[in-house]
Write a protein that binds this ligand. Structure first.
Ligand SMILES: [Zn+2]
Length: 363
């Protein structure tokens, strides 16, 4: 590396630190857009995060790469996510196919990953206990821009820490961890204890999926964020068969959610679906771990599709995208002028009106 390059790198690191610590004010992109107040024209957005899911399993079959974890898995583990969905949108981070996706914050653990997603940049967060980041997150931004009521932003996650991180003012319809299970109980009691309507969920992931499916029947939300962490739990427990079963369950849930979104589309309601993970995991025997110095942790993936009738184009970037592209990509789809300029990530896609009404949003 020549001296000039080294110097540039040092300056870049100082600027990153400045942005992370001081929250340097970025320039707002002059989008020339104004909120039109017409919520019907906005898409319903569902964002799903599967905690700590490696591309190796998501895009399996596992037996294609014999390993100590060979569980006789010859069929795709997540066929809907990795085979069906990419036909209608864009997949990033698929092994040996298409653009890569990596971490924004190098720590390789959950909270920095979720910060990155919804701030659109790496934040100064190095543990799972860090404070909410400086500045507006995606949910706060989209609520303010479109003047959405509090209940229009719904956050349901099995990890308790995500509500304080993403909903610091407790303004949104947010239920995380045991509170999500309790919320399901409350709904059960409010329904008059109709046992036919509900069976006790075994764990928060199940409660969250059930709440999500209820919300999707007659949506009052504009943005729904779901984060399932059963995959990280089976990972840390080194329970590979259990991990695979969890991913298969998640794939069925993604299919159910997507099919319901499709029904809403047929009824004239545009929808958006984005599915991703907050960090990867180690390679080989280290699959149960993830952090900055475990190789493989930086391999992520992301799927996104927009409403039918809008033509999306994948941005041709030379560098791998980072998971911080979640925010600007969602802002493009939600018609919110996104924060531009370094260190903010660029959107993964752009969209434009499809005049010809020919093929639905896709490759
Ligand atoms: Zn973990």
């Amino acid at each position: 590396m020549c001296a000039l390059q080294a110097e540039k790198k040092i300056v870049a690191r100082i600027l990153i630190l400045c942005a992370m610590v001081l929250g340097c004010q970025p320039s707002q992109e002059a989008g020339g857009q104004t909120p039109d107040g017409d919520r019907a024209r906005l898409p319903l957005v569902v964002v799903i995060a599967l905690d700590g899911v490696r591309p190796e399993e998501a895009f399996g079959p596992i037996a294609s790469n014999p390993s100590p974890f060979d569980v006789g898995q010859n069929a795709p583990v997540m066929p809907y996510l990795t085979r069906q969905l990419p036909q209608t949108g864009f997949m990033f981070g698929a092994p040996e196919d298409g653009p890569a996706l990596t971490l924004a914050n190098p720590m390789g653990i959950s909270m920095p990953g979720y910060h990155s997603m919804f701030m659109g940049r790496a934040t100064f967060c190095v543990s799972n206990e860090c404070s909410p980041p400086y500045g507006q997150n995606f949910f706060e931004r989209v609520q303010e821009y479109h003047s959405l009521p509090d209940e229009a932003v719904a956050i349901y996650t099995s990890w308790k820490a995500l509500c304080p991180a993403l909903n610091p003012s407790e303004a949104f319809d947010g239920h995380c961890g045991q509170d999500a299970v309790d919320q399901q109980w409350r709904a059960f009691f409010e329904s008059g204890l109709d046992g036919a309507k509900w069976s006790p969920p075994k764990e928060p992931d199940d409660a969250i999926f059930e709440i999500a499916m209820e919300r999707l029947q007659a949506p009052t939300f504009q943005v729904l964020f779901l984060a399932f962490d059963g995959s990280d739990a089976t990972g840390h427990a080194n329970d590979y068969p259990g991990h695979i079963e969890t991913l298969k369950k998640f794939d069925r849930w993604i299919q159910a959610i997507d099919e319901q979104l499709r029904k809403l589309e047929q009824g004239g309601q545009p929808t958006v679906l984005l599915v991703t993970t907050d960090h990867g995991r180690g390679e080989g025997e280290l699959w149960s771990e993830h952090r900055w110095n475990v190789p493989g942790t930086g391999k992520l993936w992301l799927f996104v599709r927009g409403p039918e009738g809008l033509e999306a184009k994948r941005q041709p970037f030379g560098d791998p995208l980072t998971v911080a592209t979640v925010r600007p990509t969602l802002e493009v789809l939600m018609q919110v002028p996104h924060v531009s300029g370094w260190p903010y990530e660029r959107p993964a896609i752009t969209i434009q009106e499809n005049q010809t009404q020919s093929p639905p949003l896709g490759k």
